[in-house]
Design a protein around this ligand. Structure first.
Ligand SMILES: NC(=O)c1ccc[n+]([C@@H]2O[C@H](COP(=O)([O-])OP(=O)(O)OC[C@H]3O[C@@H](n4cnc5c(N)ncnc54)[C@H](O)[C@@H]3O)[C@@H](O)[C@H]2O)c1
Length: 250
């Protein structure tokens, strides 16, 4: 097993890509801390892990809340003795409107969760990763962090910020054997895209807008996250790995 003796935090671990990643880390021997603002969903992920003999706890944490992130890190260390892997995965979309119609409040909320949330995770996890002698951080960006899309201004900006913040942290902490990478998923079948699925006009286009002509599964993204966290990715840092069926090149 790839992660025996390691502890991994997955934010947004109650659903979608985060849940699939939490399950994969546990299957590969990691003790997993599932962090989410949806306690029912987060506890359910923990129950799935425990039911298959894995180790996991749920911690309520809003990634945009500095105090809650500090408590998430300290609970992780006091429960499992250290921290080795952080997946800054929690995120939200924005209302699909032109920039002039997007409220400043919504802009702030999307940036706070999707971008400041990643910063807070990095800020408070790095000291523990240094104590552990190194580790890995995987940030969830998006295909929409690599190219603009109409009506997605706040989301576009937040996810593009994650790409360069990933490079920044990789540069600052490489000397401590900490690798920091991002993934850029295309359209993946999770709760976040359910609105698109119900749009009869747009969905046939969106769901085929890549080289493979289909949407991805949470497990296909979890495969990439687990790879980037593993020793198999030991010389990869500062990278953003597209997991988009060829969506960026389409
Ligand atoms: N599904 C896609 O097509 C797609 C594509 C590109 C990027 N992403 C990114 O993948 C990540 C995971 O999303 P998903 O697709 O699995 O969606 P999802 O809605 O299934 O999961 C997101 C999880 O994050 C949690 N969450 C939301 N706000 C939070 C907060 N402030 N603090 C802690 N947890 C919070 C939610 O409760 C939920 O459990 C997000 O960052 C999203 O932007 C998704």
């Amino acid at each position: 097993m790839k992660f025996t003796g390691k502890t991994a935090i997955v934010t947004g671990g109650g659903s979608g890509i985060g849940r699939a990643s939490a399950l994969r880390f546990a299957k590969e021997g990691a003790a997993v801390v599932v962090a989410d603002v949806n306690s029912i969903a987060g506890e359910e992920t923990v129950n799935f892990i425990q039911a298959t003999g894995g180790k996991a706890i749920f911690v309520y944490a809003d990634v945009a809340n500095s105090k809650q992130i500090q408590e998430l890190i300290s609970t992780t260390v006091s429960t499992f003795g250290g921290l080795h892997i952080l997946c800054n995965n929690a995120g939200i979309g924005n209302s699909e409107v032109r920039s002039v119609d997007l409220s400043e409040e919504e802009w702030d909320q999307v940036i706070d969760i999707n971008l400041k949330g990643v910063f807070l995770g990095i800020k408070y996890a790095i000291p523990e990763l240094i104590k552990a002698g190194g580790g890995a951080i995987i940030n969830t960006s998006s295909l929409l962090g690599l190219k603009g899309q109409k009506y997605m201004s706040a989301y576009n900006a937040s996810k593009a910020g994650v790409v360069v913040l990933t490079q920044n942290a990789a540069l600052e902490y490489g000397k401590y054997s900490i690798r920091v990478n991002a993934i850029a998923p295309g359209v993946i079948d999770t709760n976040i895209i359910q609105g698109w699925k119900q749009n009869d006009r747009k969905w046939p286009i969106i769901s085929k807008a890549n080289a493979l002509g289909r949407i991805g599964t949470p497990d296909e993204v979890a495969n990439a996250i687990v790879f980037l966290a593993s020793e198999e990715a030991s010389f990869i840092t500062g990278a953003t790995l597209s997991v988009d069926g060829g969506g960026l090149t389409f």
